[in-house]
Design a protein around this ligand. Structure first.
Ligand code: NDP
Ligand code: MG
Length: 392
């Protein structure tokens, strides 16, 4: 997966204007001898996309919002950077011959199609977009296996598991523990959560992330999605995955092997490290990221997750156990519910009501194919949107 002439890795970043995307660009900027940037993409942040393209000079860019195509093209014309627009283009550019690794840092279900297209073309995936594995984990991982493509996790917990497994791939996993910070509302009960505002939910104690994942972290849906993501990334049985709340976010996750030994990966919470590990694997690239100091953290603590208060986590486990298209329903209903919460259309706790009712109403398919997932996603969005109207 390296360029014959330069030995550099050629990278496409889908969602370069987001939280993961901009941090990935910092990693690339700090390692010009290791990486070459081929593609940048955004949904509607045209100005930032232009600024990034002028600075990093990729081969091409894609803007999702077609109405901004001309603006981006005019700005990049003199540089000879190719400009495309729309979702179809996104699925096409990832197949460009020069690309070695596609970093999927776009948010939500929109990541599924370009990820499958990239795998189909034999590109390795650095996967931040967990929703892709939640929606269609079996299809994605089966195709990756068939095409000999590696999926390197970017999510910090899954990167931690992966880092613990290096050198241990021949040893079966007994169990994994995904750590969870507990988010801004850890320790609160349902009565308190009923009145929380969007501004409170958007303040995460340890991580600075995009809006959707920040709300998912506050509701603990993020951990639920990560449980399903872990099942597919590491080929685990449902009962091998556990969640433990660890408010300091220093231990990023833990693997327990069959001899009872546990390995954990730790460090300060900083997404640049897992991004860099995924793009640079198997090498650990030298970095100047801030180092952990034990004396600043005299206590690392652990608690059980409260699934009665944070029902989204219980719903995600239910979807995991039911399997089929149920995780796809969970994901679509959650995307609609989070969007409605961010627009002040529903309250914090009502997000779980919408998801639970959507899971009951949308038809269950035991062995879905790709078209079934597309149809399930579309149907769930309609059902969830109708349910939301009842709350207004
Ligand atoms: P952001 O919202 O910050 O960024 C999302 C990026 O995707 C932006 O570039 C956005 O473009 C683009 N985008 C959004 N919607 C679409 C669409 N429909 N089609 C094409 N592009 C789109 O998200 P994050 O960076 O926080 O998260 C990205 C992914 O990584 C998520 O799946 C998240 O769960 C995962 N992740 C994030 C972590 C973090 O620390 N942020 C940690 C672990 C996982 P535009 O700017 O134009 O809207
Ligand atoms: Mg995570």
């Amino acid at each position: 997966m390296s360029d014959k002439n330069t030995d550099k890795r050629h990278i496409a970043i889908l969602g370069s204007t987001g939280s993961i995307g901009t941090q990935a660009l910092e990693v690339l900027e700090a390692n010009p001898d290791v990486f070459v940037l081929e593609v940048l993409t955004a949904n509607s942040s045209a100005d930032l996309l232009i600024e990034q393209a002028l600075k990093f000079k990729p081969n091409c860019v894609v803007i999702g919002d077609e109405s901004q195509f001309k603006k981006v093209q005019d700005a990049l014309f003199d540089e000879g950077i190719k400009v495309y627009a729309g979702a179809d283009s996104l699925a096409q550019v990832v197949q460009m011959e020069d690309i070695d690794i596609v970093l999927t840092a776009l948010v939500g279900y929109a990541g599924l199609r370009p990820t499958l297209a990239a795998i189909e073309a034999g590109k390795h995936i650095a996967l931040a977009n967990k929703e892709t594995l939640v929606v269609a984990g079996e299809i994605v991982t089966d195709l990756a296996q068939k095409k000999g493509v590696n999926i390197y996790p970017v999510d910090s917990e899954h990167s931690a598991i992966f880092q613990c497994l290096v050198g241990e791939f021949h040893n079966p996993i007994e169990k994994i523990y995904l750590t969870a910070s507990g988010g801004p509302f850890r320790g609160q009960k349902r009565e308190q959560l009923a009145a929380v505002t969007k501004a409170q939910a958007l303040k995460h104690p340890n991580w600075d992330m995009g809006a959707k994942i920040t709300i998912d972290s506050a509701s603990m849906m993020n951990k639920g999605l990560e449980v399903i993501e872990a099942k597919w990334l590491f080929g685990l049985k449902n009962e091998q995955i556990d969640v433990i709340v660890h408010p300091q976010s220093i231990i990023h996750s833990i693997v327990q092997f069959e001899d009872g030994s546990m390995k954990a990966q730790m460090g300060l919470p900083d997404m640049k490290l897992p991004i860099q590990f995924a793009l640079g694997y198997p090498n650990r690239l030298k970095s100047d990221f801030p180092r952990f100091n034990f004396l600043n953290y005299p206590q690392l603590t652990f608690e059980q997750a409260d699934t009665e208060t944070f029902r989204n986590l219980a719903l995600a486990f239910e979807a995991l156990h039911q399997g089929g298209n149920q995780p796809c329903i969970l994901n679509a209903a959650n995307e609609i519910a989070v969007d409605a919460f961010l627009k002040d259309r529903i309250g914090f706790l009502e997000m779980s009501d919408i998801i639970e009712q959507s899971m009951q109403r949308v038809s269950f398919i035991k062995k879905p194919n790709y078209d079934d997932y597309v149809a399930t996603d579309a149907e769930t969005r309609i059902v969830a949107s109708q349910l939301i109207m009842n709350y207004e």
